[in-house]
Design a protein around this ligand. Sequence first.
Ligand code: PHE
Length: 446
Amino acid sequence: MSTARGEFSSRFGFLMATSGSAIGLGNIWGFPTNAASNGGAAFLFTYILMAFSLAYPALMAELIIGRHTRANAVGALRQLATGPVSRKIGTGVGLAGLITVSLILSFYAIIGGWMMAWMFEAITSMIGLDTASRWLAVDAVPRNALFAVVFLALTIYIVSAGVRNGIEKWATRLMPSLLVILILLIIYVFTLNGAMAGVRAYLVPDFSRVANTGLIVSALGQAFFSLSLGVGTMLIYGSYLSSNENLPQTGGIVVMLDTGFSFLAGLLIIPAIYVALATGVQIYDDAGALVAGPGLIVSLLPTLFDSMGLAGAVVGLVFFALMTIAALTSSISMLEVPVAYTVESLGTERRKTTILIGSAVTFISLTIVFNFGVLFDLVVTLTTEYSQPLLGFFLAIFVGWIWNRNSVLQEVQKGYAGVEHSLFWKIWPFYIRYICPLAILAMYVQ
Ligand code: PHE
């Protein structure tokens, strides 16, 4: 069974898969709306600080554990445990991560489904299928259920093909196209009336807001979600990375790619909001706050595209394709967590396991669709605001306090001879032992 463990074929493959996991709706949807409602550049600035000072060390912890143990989160933490108590905690944290990420997938698929529905709406409106367009544009249970299922089916299809032939292959195909699409869209939006006011709102900082605790907490939460931390995703991807790779450097590139993408997404979405304003679309809600979250992406932008005629339909198609691709390369990394655990601990066959677990997630996802008002926000809050940071805390404790420091060093030395004299090794061990747990705890209390 252990001989069947997957491994990424190259550093590039690993980078595409890992940044594919990191870059998702969190970047293109979460980051710009957070920035728009938190003072633009003030949020950007705080976010970059949080990403490099706190999320990067936590990402490194997961990658190092994964590569050292070559196991899924549950197996990995059990290996690192030094006694019965830490073994129990390790099992608990691993399993909680697995449940959390499955629940994240179940709501993420609903949003991914909306993106697909809008992508098809752009096509039907281009060819004049008005009835179909109307059906696709209205937020209703049958539509949402159908597309959540389609989105999950694609996710299952890719994951069932394995690490190299599924995850790596598709991430390597999709991630470069994502970057191209994003840049083309930015260039296009910049040519529209009103865009420059958005660029100013995004990039001219209001420094009076940087020290605001609410903003710091949102930035840290956003960074944790965006880097897929705490739930064993980065851990399992790390476990598929070759021992010849330099981990601190590779992890640094992932954070840079993820942050760079968020920055670019802000450069698309915030100017687009101002373009909408210039064309007379309502961008403030009844309470006078900027339309953010679901309202922004699934009502404001479609209204804007609609007002632009055929060009709008093309841009809408490209935009929602961008969203769908970004969501898919993240959702596959979520499903990999429970699949890897089951395959490794029960020795089951990968394809069947993926279909079985994927179906269970689909069932939960549909339950949320049918009880949207009660369940959706609840599941989002529970998983991303409570569970994810708490699990990140425990992972930091495992690496900082339970795992033997020399053994950690030996793992990092693989692929990076002389790391013990590097800046990384001067700072990171201290960070993961004290700063990360304390900062997460502080965020939690907030
Ligand atoms: N990082 C992904 C995003 O930004 C979400 C994600 C969270 C992926 C947790 C995997 C695990 O959209």
